[in-house]
Design a protein around this ligand. Structure first.
Ligand SMILES: *Cc1c(COP(=O)(O)O)cnc(C)c1O
Length: 125
């Protein structure tokens, strides 16, 4: 297991992730899975899934380097159920309206591009 530093917002530092992936490629170690947190228990921080997916799809897959992308939505996943009806409608508004930032809504929209998620109904909802 390889831990990564956080950025100033307490989210995964994607530049550090990229450096780590490059080191694993250079040393010919497999990358089984990369885990993002979708709503940390303590702070509610959401890792930059959009950037992580772009990195996987646009940089590494064309190099034949692939890994499973997991989103730990134990705490934050329940809110996707509240947003699901119009999540892909650019004119839509969250139902019921929730005070989520544009950043977090964008990460919810990209949740479908992960390979696996964890949802924990005993946390929220
Ligand atoms: C609670 C939590 C877990 C662990 O889930 P349990 O079902 O309580 O064991 C994992 N990840 C996050 C982000 C959590 O909030």
């Amino acid at each position: 297991m390889h831990t990564l530093p956080l950025d100033t917002y307490g989210r995964m530092d994607v530049a550090a992730l990229e450096t780590a992936i490059n080191e694993y490629i250079a040393s010919k170690h497999p990358i089984i899975s990369i885990v993002s947190i979708f709503g940390t228990t303590e702070e509610g921080n959401v890792d930059p899934l959009t950037e992580m997916i772009e990195l996987r799809d646009e940089k590494y897959r064309p190099m034949n380097v692939d890994f499973a992308l997991h989103a730990d939505c134990a705490w934050g996943g329940y809110f996707a159920a509240l947003l699901w009806d119009n999540l892909d409608d650019p004119e839509g508004t969250p139902l019921p309206p929730l005070p989520l930032s544009d950043y977090v809504i964008e990460q919810f929209q990209n949740l479908k591009h992960t390979d696996t998620i964890t949802v924990d109904p005993h946390k929220t909802g």
